[in-house]
Design a protein around this ligand. Sequence first.
Ligand SMILES: [Zn+2]
Length: 93
Amino acid sequence: MDKRPGPQKKKAIAKKACPECGAPMKPGRTTLHFERDGFYADVENVIAMLCGRCGTRSIPGAAALKISETVDRLFKAGKEIDSTGISFHKMAS
Ligand SMILES: [Zn+2]
């Protein structure tokens, strides 16, 4: 099979300009911090678009929704048990 220089399929991540300063944003990873009812949750290594100039972060809509739903459930579960918090981590491989 020979490789033909056909039209490159690009994923739907369009190049975005920072809504704050207009600099081009780059894909990267970030940590999101949530606080509610005395609990806090950090979601680490979230794929996001990051502005190298002012630090503004943009989480793609579908991922943002999934994260907020997950954190919601975590906060609810945390309230139901008599504890001071829950940590949830993926093991480093
Ligand atoms: Zn910016």
